[in-house]
Ligand binder design. Structure first.
Ligand SMILES: O=C[C@H](O)COP(=O)(O)O
Length: 251
């Protein structure tokens, strides 16, 4: 009942020309039967090229970040209102790179989630623990805490429609994938947290992605797990062939 969602996260890679080329390469080979939702998250400067070239295809577009105010004196920020006007479908928030390098707090992420919904877009909210937290055996409560903070004040309908990405930081860009059992264990904790905060109906609707060295070789195994509804993919989403294999994992 939950439509799988595979989202690329290009991070600070690709320019508008490369973006246009990429979309031209993949647009006719994306799933069209509604069995998988294919998304690309791109830097803000690439979004016009992504949106323009994705027209007429099933590709959905994500921004990699947005601010929690719609407008005003906030030099360098990206307005969720303008993203909505442009036709962006999703905004990735709370990525571990934003938390670590740009000092984003749980409170910022929660404010961003509210701002994104206020503008009619859907957030993809990231969570995940460091290696240190995992080795200390504290990852369950860590992730539960991040999810609880990010969802504060959101309605049941909003939470039913959003996406949560579990990305263990030790598996990002390291080639070290969490085993499918490790990924499933934490995705199940995320779902149980939503059930505790809302109810089982909401928890059954929320889509949960795993992210961290997802690639064509491991996507099927990960996607076979009960609580994993998709992937948030960095490196392997930058090459058209591998992106296509990921979004067509069920073929
Ligand atoms: O958002 C995507 C993640 O940070 C994973 O990146 P990766 O697939 O390169 O490990």
């Amino acid at each position: 009942m939950r439509t799988p969602i595979i989202a690329g996260n290009w991070k600070l890679n690709m320019n508008p020309e490369q973006t246009a080329e990429f979309v031209k390469d993949v647009k006719d080979q994306l799933p069209t039967d509604g069995s998988v939702e294919a998304v690309i998250g791109a830097p803000a400067v690439d979004l016009p090229a992504l949106l323009e070239n994705a027209k007429g295809s099933s590709l959905k577009v994500a921004a990699e970040n947005s601010y929690f105010e719609d407008e005003g004196a906030f030099t360098g920020e990206t307005s969720p209102k303008v993203l909505a006007e442009m036709g962006v479908d999703y905004v990735i928030i709370g990525h571990s790179e934003r938390r670590e390098y740009f000092h984003e707090t749980d409170e910022d992420i929660n404010k961003k989630a509210h701002a994104i919904f206020r503008n009619g877009i859907t957030p993809i909210i990231c969570c995940g623990e460091t290696l240190e937290t995992r080795e200390a055996g504290k990852y369950q409560e860590w992730v539960e805490g991040q999810v609880t903070a990010a969802l504060k004040g959101l309605t049941a309908d909003q939470v039913s429609s959003l996406v949560i990405a579990y990305e263990p930081i030790w598996a990002i860009g390291t080639g070290k994938t969490a085993s499918s059992d490790q990924a499933e264990e934490v995705c199940a904790i995320v779902r149980a947290t939503v059930a505790k905060l809302y109810d089982q109906t909401v928890a059954d609707k929320v889509r949960i992605q795993y992210g961290g060295s997802v690639k064509p070789a491991n996507v099927k195994e990960l996607m076979s797990k009960d609580n994993i509804d998709g992937g948030l993919v960095g490196g392997a989403s930058l090459v058209p062939e591998s992106y296509l294999q990921l979004v067509n994992f069920n073929k």
